[in-house]
Each structure stands twice: as C-alpha cells, then as structure tokens.
Design a protein around this ligand. Structure first.
Ligand code: PMP
Length: 391
C-alpha cells in the first residue's frame, strides 16, 4: 500500500485542471508584479481598493507598536484584546445587529457557525453554488444535508416541508464565482413561514453592495428577523483579513461557547483589528469608492456586450466571462497575459464541469482607462478563441 500521489497529480494535468500559484511580488493594486512581470490585474477581491491604503497601513503599524504582533492565545484564554473588542462593537453597529464575533478567517466563521448551530437530527439546506466552506460546514455538522438548485425558492420550499429538527437555510449573498445575488427576499420568506433560520455569507457583498456598503441585507432592506446569522469576511472589500458573524446576543454567546473553530484557535493579531477598524471607517464614509466601482462595472459590461462576450447575470464587481472548456479558459488567460493583463482562469472543481471561466473582478482602485485596456485586449483575444470553436 502506498500513496500514489504522482498519478493523482498527473490526472489533474491531463485534464487541464492543474493549478499554479502566481507569485505576487508587489502589494495588491491595479498594477502588480507577478512572476517577474508588471501586469494590470483584474482578479483580486480588494473591491474598494483598501488593501494597500496608507491610513490602513498606518493603523496596522500603530497597532503593532501599541499591542505587539501576535494574538498570543485563543480568545477564551487571554487572546481577546481591546482592539478585537472595539472591532466587534463597530461591526455590530455597521451591520445593525446586537453583536458581532470575530473569526480568524471566513472559512472558520462558516465552519464555526454551522457546526455550533446544528447536529445530527437537524437539517441544513444549501444553495448548490454555495462557497466550499459553507458546503464543508454543512457536511461537518452531521445534520441532514441537502442542496437546492441555484436560487430556486420553490425547490427550497419543498425541502423545507420535509425538514426535521432545527433547520438552517444557508446561502452566499453574492455568489463568488458567478457574481449574481441570492434571491434573499424569496428565500427568507420561505424559511420564515416555516420557522427555519437563514444564514447568509456575504463575503462579496459587504462594501460594494447597499447604500452604505452594508451588503446584500442592506440592498434588499432585510433585518435580523429575516437573516438570523450574517457572515462577512474582512479579506475582500475591507482589504485586511479575518471574518465576523453578526446576530443576536444569544447567537453570539452560543458561538463563543460551542464554535470549535472559534474556541480552539489563536486570536488574530490585535494590530490587524486596528487596521480593520480603520478600513471599516473608510468603507462607511467614502461613498465615492462604491460609486466609482459601480461606474466601472457599467463601463465593463457595456464594452463587453459590444464585443459579444458571454457575461453572466451580475451587477457586482465579479464579472465572469464564461468560456466552458478548461483548456480554452487557460488559453484566454494566457493570451491576455501576453498583452500585460492578469485574469485568472477558474476551472472545476471550483466551478461545474464545462463552465470554466475567466473571473474578472473590478476594484475602485481601477480607473476607466484600465477597464478600457482590458476591453481592448479582450476584443483582440476573444475572436482567436471563437475561431478555435470553443467559446
Ligand atoms: N465565503 C465566501 C463566499 C468566499 O468567497 C470566501 C473566500 N474566497 C470565504 C467565505 C472564505 O473567506 P476567507 O478567505 O476569509 O477564509
């Protein structure tokens, strides 16, 4: 008996599914240095351009001087410090919820929340296109686990009617690989009428969506009675790292007591919380970032329609170009790279077989001319792909 890793790796290569990690040798921003070359990038989740903001960097530095670097211990031992606490209070205020709880990553927040709330005998219903961390969380919980077709409230209703025990409906707010929004008003209606709870992971909605960046719940005007468990991540529009769960006092206390990925891990560096406090302030006050981003999204979509690209039904900064075949997606990414533009190809298993795509993401740090450069490059490269017969 031996681990035949070589064969597994070889199979991935043959199927054009082998993944490489581009080596970034610069801060995040529209212009990056990757694998030794300067490129115009459209693939980070730094939607508001805060990851490299001077005030956020300064808050981090000041935080490190005041609080040191390491969190030192888990929150329940001696790792919960004043900056963590202040950030939790600021996030509760931002989300309009009684309380918020910081996690070290979004992956852990999702694992923690679902596994603390559900166990064998309960039911978890998830959108088929949910993020991997939500799907893993549902499986790990031991609850009866079922995936409903993407955004299909009628199918959800049928499953809710058969559900047993405590029942949690779980959905991305903005779907991370498609960029479309969950049909939350309908999902929440179905759940609420049957006494189920709704958990929304709005990793990609906080910042770009809602009049004040409050994400999909602000966008749809939904409250605590509609979405009982609200998750946000801090590594995207906030430009830092970590995540939070917002909700009732009872929910947060339950997570503190029972969420293993919260309890058994070192707290994030306090200076990171200082940096996030600063980025939250920018996110809430600098509305021009959201407005500029919305204008870039319109500019990209109008230009892409003129070229005849297959875009998805998305009004968010996530604007995937559907290619289909993995090899062709890689080819399009490579053709763009030869023209100085970086857009990563997303392939199975991250997306369904036959739906490989280039996941273009826009940021308030981009300007109109940079979006035009992307469009010009796509106009030049797309026909080459069409000629090959696969786009
Ligand atoms: N949820 C969604 C929808 C995501 O897209 C991601 C990250 N790509 C996560 C959770 C995980 O967040 P983190 O990177 O903080 O672990």
């Amino acid at each position: 008996m031996s681990f035949d890793l070589a064969s597994r790796l070889a199979e991935r290569r043959v199927a054009d599914l082998y993944r490489q990690r581009p080596l970034l040798d610069s801060p995040q921003g529209p212009l990056v240095r990757v694998d030794g070359r300067e490129l115009l990038a459209f693939c980070s989740n730094d939607y508001l351009g805060l990851a490299n903001h001077p005030l956020v960097i300064e808050a981090w530095r000041a935080g490190a001087r005041r609080w040191g670097v390491g969190g030192g211990a888990s929150h329940l031992v001696i790792g919960h410090s004043t900056p963590h606490h202040e950030l939790e209070e600021a996030l509760a205020d931002f989300t309009g919820r009684p309380r918020a709880l910081l996690f070290s990553t979004g992956y852990m927040a999702n694992l923690g929340a679902v596994t603390a709330l559900l166990g064998p005998g309960d039911t978890v219903l998830e959108d088929r296109l949910n993020h991997a961390s939500l799907l893993d969380a549902g499986l790990l919980s031991g609850a009866r686990f079922s995936r409903y077709p993407h955004n299909d409230a009628a199918s959800l209703a049928t499953r809710l009617d058969k559900a047993r025990g405590d029942t949690l409906v779980v959905s991305d707010g903005v779907f991370s690989m498609d960029g479309d929004l969950a049909d939350l008003p309908a999902l929440c209606r179905e759940a609420r009428s049957r006494g189920a709870w709704v958990m929304v992971d709005d990793a990609h909605g906080f910042g770009p969506l809602g009049a004040s960046g409050g994400g999909i719940v602000e966008h749809f005007g939904l409250g605590q009675d509609d979405v009982q468990v609200l998750v946000g991540t801090l590594g995207k529009a906030f430009g830092t790292a970590g995540a939070f769960v917002a909700g009732s006092d009872e929910l947060i206390e339950t997570l503190v007591q029972f969420a293993r990925p919260y309890i058994y891990t070192t707290s994030q560096p306090p200076a990171l919380a200082c940096a996030t406090l600063q980025s939250l302030q920018l996110l809430r006050s600098e509305h021009w970032r959201r407005e500029h981003l919305a204008a870039l999204i319109r500019r990209f979509r109008d230009g892409a329609a003129r070229i005849g690209l297959s875009l998805m039904d998305s009004t968010t900064p996530i604007q995937p170009i559907l290619v289909g075949d993995s090899a062709r997606a890689l080819q399009l990414s490579q053709l763009l790279r030869e023209r100085g533009i970086l857009v990563t190809a997303i392939r199975p298993p991250t997306v369904a077989m036959g739906s490989a795509r280039l996941r273009v993401t826009l940021s308030a740090a981009h300007d109109g001319a940079q979006v035009d450069r992307l469009l010009e490059a796509l106009a030049a490269c797309w026909p080459l792909l069409v000629e090959a017969g696969d786009a």
